[in-house]
Design a protein around this ligand. Sequence first.
Ligand SMILES: O=P(O)(O)OC[C@H]1O[C@](O)(CO)[C@@H](O)[C@@H]1O
Length: 538
Amino acid sequence: MQALVEQLKSAVASTRATDIRAAFAADGDRFGKFSAAFDDLLMDYSKCAVNDEIMALLERLAAEGGVAEKRDQMVSGAPINFTEGRSVLHTALRNRSNRPVMVDGRDVMPDVNGVLSAMGVFADAIRSGALRGATGKPITDVVNIGIGGSDLGPVMATLALAPFHDGPRLHFVSNVDGAHVADTLKVLSAETTLFIVASKTFTTIETMTNAQTARRFIAEALGEAAVRHHFAAVSTALSKVADFGIEEDRVFGFWDWVGGRYSIWSAIGLPLMIAIGPEDFGRFLDGAHAMDRHFETAPFRENLPMLLGLLGYYQRNVLGYPSRAILPYDQRLSRFPAYLQQLDMESNGKSVTIDGKPVEGRSGPIVWGEPGTNGQHAFYQLIHQGTDIIPAEFLIARRGFEPDLAHQHRLLIANCLAQSQALLKGRTLEEARAQLDRQGMDATRADHIAPHRVFTGNRPSITFMHDQLTPFALGRLIALYEHRVFVEGVLFRINSFDQWGVELGKELATGLLPVVEGKAGTEGLDSSTAGLVASLRQ
Ligand SMILES: O=P(O)(O)OC[C@H]1O[C@](O)(CO)[C@@H](O)[C@@H]1O
């Protein structure tokens, strides 16, 4: 594979691939060649530094890297998360075809379908008012207590699907900072609130601490006996849930073959289902399943996750770009960049290969972003004129949900297209100088000012366009990015499905708590940490 990477580097130099502007000038059909669509979802990657030679090399890279073989292993239940000895089967959670998926010789689909229908019954009971609080009042507010994958997916998707939200109000508490739970509880009535404690392991300190605070909130307001009426749980650790005292019929399980950051499709999606209803939740799963089938069957140049993954790898490892910006032109996708940040950085932020050797070259990039147009007035300056090249990924819907505000949607679209166009075109010194001349600026000052108004252009971007952000479209979009992360992980030759990098901090925090509480001394600590503790005690 390394030889192919070197070949790609030479091809970039010899074909001057990074002069994207020139490539557009030379080929009137560049968009036709370097775009692909899956139903209404269009992917335009013509503004990336690619050409036929590079695409052919990327296709060879995918073949040599064994992406298709690894994908088939993943969806068929092979234990590809070998550091934890687990299968990786988020695709089974949305396997709407119901074809058997075997783990340790057993089809997991009956369990998957069983939990999904139990979730549906529970969600309907809350939504209809049949399931009530201890004092007989219907549930008006649901609070999800979870963190990381047990929080980001439900928060992101609930915000994204606001036009479909016809269930009770949803709230999300994640941070161990008491401010988070305190501010949330302040506006809630215990009588009409249901808490969902969501934790794959049911040991995460943030979630367990917040759950205890919520428990006290109910017990103090309504008495200890009321607690069972106001709690549900989602976890793989069913015995730990039982110890917490949550009734069995309010516990929704999932399995160790579901990674936290891939768990929105499992019972972790319960808050979303309560918000939008089981039918729309089913459409959300349908969208993801459609993308799974597309990933498994579409040829390379039509396969959106393959293309996105290969382009991501190319931008990181051949062109050496350090980060990527996720820029949804959709206010309801405001948490999508944060969601992708966990998905991508927790999966591919590794430096050891599957053979236990240091990664050759680079692994996953820094992923960040904000919705447009807000970001335009904040950090786009750096994307346009900074010293690093940051590939941008734009996302826009053809239609919004506000027919009365269609003119605002058109303005949103114009801004989205304008940004990718500006990144591509840039502005030369001559153009900047001519503009100042037209404005009547005197020549000496214009010479001085013009360089500051130069944009190099040739800055890459990908634009995704879909019809509307429906549950189906959101499911399809998330699955697209999951598979892109998978493709890149295979090419980086890492295990994308463990997260040992988060463990050390957790261990040290446990050790430091007694020191912070003043129950243990600072002996043996580095002088910085000891100094900070001393400052705390002043
Ligand atoms: O669902 P749990 O077990 O509480 O874990 C929450 C999150 O913590 C992590 O393990 C990282 O600390 C994530 O991978 C996970 O999504």
